[in-house]
Ligand binder design. Structure first.
Ligand code: NAD
Length: 505
């Protein structure tokens, strides 16, 4: 069923779809165009966080399976079956792939909802359309990747080719299971590389199906492989593998740092990192539309259960408007996100990804209380729910040295930090190891430009938050990473230049 048709499904219909999907989900690895069991037969459970029941027992790749997947990707790369395919033909396969994703939207959506608790409406309205857009955007550039002929001495012809890098290892997180994986494999494949994808162990089901659909669309065997598995085993083996030419990663800063080490310990492969964040939103007293700003504040930290790398979790509010801001936030934001069954199309707040994540978020909330922040609402588990739920939470009287202001919570927890002057706001905004994104709310053009220049972040939204399109480079400053997703810069980062210097006489 297409996205459009599935968008009309009722809760009961989704429950029936889920029941069917759980009867026999695909749990094996996808290597060389086929499903295969893990060589040593190891397995791990993947759990539905909405009811804490195991939904599938997945094959768990170890170093041997990763080796097989890399060998398959290398063979496909060397054969030229993909990298030397006529660009138009490669584009056709990618477009057919997007068509199949749309046709299978119902099945893909239910897998992510069951696997990580994301509300089904979000998967249909955000994740799947963005997956399709990403593949389309990258595919549109396949026959537009250009080299150069340089202006040099007359007896020499010098040209520069842009070639694919080779075998790309992609390691992705669970918060947007399909989309974060697509941000990696779509540009890598479009540039002519072959890929071994290691999806997050919390939500691997949909990525397996994506790889199968790529093959159904005409993608040659071995070009896109998927190795489910535990990060410290399968992910580590991939990142240490000496026949992998590049690792592209989205996940925590902690694991990002390990990947840099693995590269140094193996073959100095390139490492592109999209890591964590602790994004500030700055609300200056002259904000034009306080209601819109407040809505953007709670959407920016409660959407996707707060499990968003660029979540605006630090709300820096100028003292002149502080009380009014907090009052409106409580009036409008407290009940804007209501916990419910993520299969219900009316639900906009599902459970957190696991019980461990729930406990982690609750412990941050405890630390906020202990360190003297004022809990305005939430901070607890919603009554009557068995899953890994946490209510939307608001703290005021936060200062930037508290743990809730310094560490990435990855849950629906907002912290209001008051400030007096713009200098103070800039200093608080930049007082973090992260630099992924920021929001700025002001009517004053000079003030807006100054904030854009002085905040250390890869993305700054002015009078908006968390919007954009495929042309927008997505990535961070500082320990939020060193890569950019989505834009042309991303596509080119999966190519390397080759210089041909030809003496003519
Ligand atoms: P994570 O770092 O725990 O895991 C990410 C991936 O790395 C998973 O596939 C995991 O299995 C793998 N992994 C774990 N240990 C590994 C190891 N030793 N070697 C190799 N691979 C290993 O992150 P997560 O919990 O899945 O995702 C949440 C994090 O992702 C947050 O920090 C969030 O900010 C970040 N994130 C960043 C962006 C961005 O674009 N900057 C987007 C989404 C999420």
């Amino acid at each position: 069923m297409s996205i459009q048709t599935a968008s009309d499904f009722t809760f009961e219909r989704w429950q029936a779809v889920a029941e069917k999907a759980l009867k026999k989900p695909e749990t094996r690895l996808f290597i060389g165009g086929d499903y295969v069991d893990a060589i040593d037969g190891q397995r791990f459970d993947t759990v539905n966080p909405a009811n804490l029941e195991a939904i599938a027992t997945m094959s768990a790749a170890n170093a041997k399976d990763v080796d097989a997947a890399v060998a398959s990707a290398r063979k496909a790369f060397r054969s030229g079956v993909w990298s030397r395919m006529a660009p138009r033909h490669r584009m056709e396969i990618m477009y057919r792939f997007t068509k199949l994703i749309d046709e299978h939207a119902e099945q893909l959506a239910v897998l992510d909802t069951l696997n990580m608790g994301k509300p089904i409406s979000d998967v249909l309205q955000i994740d799947i359309p963005s997956v399709i857009q990403t593949i389309q955007f990258m595919a549109e550039y396949i026959d537009k990747i250009e080299g150069a002929v340089t202006n040099t001495e007359s007896d020499v012809m010098h040209y520069v080719l842009r070639e694919p890098i080779g075998v790309v290892g992609a390691i992705s997180p669970w918060n947007y299971p399909m989309l974060m994986a697509t941000w990696k494999f779509a540009p890598a494949l479009s540039a002519g590389n072959t890929v071994v994808l290691k999806p997050a162990e919390q939500a691997p089901l949909s990525c397996l199906r994506l790889a199968e659909l790529f093959t159904e669309a005409g993608g040659p065997a071995g070009v896109l492989n998927v190795v489910n598995g535990i990060g410290e085993v399968a992910g580590k083996a991939l990142a240490l593998h000496s026949d992998v030419d590049k690792i592209t990663f989205t996940g925590s800063t902690e694991v990002g740092k390990l990947l840099l080490q693995y590269s140094g310990q193996s073959n100095m492969k390139r490492v592109s990192l999209e890591c964590g964040g602790k994004s500030p939103q700055l609300f200056m007293a002259d904000v034009a539309d306080l209601d819109r700003a407040v809505a953007s504040a709670y959407d920016g930290v409660y959407a996707n259960m707060g499990e968003v790398c660029n979540a605006g979790s630090r709300l820096l509010v100028q003292k002149k408007i502080h009380d009014e801001f907090v009052e409106r936030f409580i009036a409008e934001g407290k009940d804007a996100y209501v916990p419910g069954d993520p299969l219900d199309p009316e639900t906009n707040l599902g459970p957190l990804v696991t019980s461990e994540a729930q406990q982690r978020v609750l412990s941050f909330i405890e630390s906020g209380k202990e360190e003297g922040a004022e809990l305005k609402f939430g901070g607890d588990i919603p009554g009557g729910m068995t899953g890994a739920y946490v209510n939307p939470t608001l703290f005021t009287k936060v200062n930037n040295s508290m743990r809730i202001a310094r560490e990435e919570i990855f849950g629906p927890v907002a912290s209001v930090i008051p400030f007096d002057t713009i200098d103070e706001a800039i200093s608080i905004a930049n007082d973090t190891i992260y630099g992924l994104a920021a929001g700025v709310w002001t009517q004053d053009l000079s003030q807006a430009h100054r904030l854009v220049k002085e905040i250390d972040a890869g993305i700054i939204w002015v009078n908006s938050f968390d919007e954009g399109d495929m042309t927008q480079p997505f990535g961070g400053y500082k320990q939020s990473g060193n890569a950019r997703d989505n834009c042309i810069e991303s596509l080119l980062s999966y190519t390397q230049s080759k210089s041909a210097w030809i003496r003519l006489n």
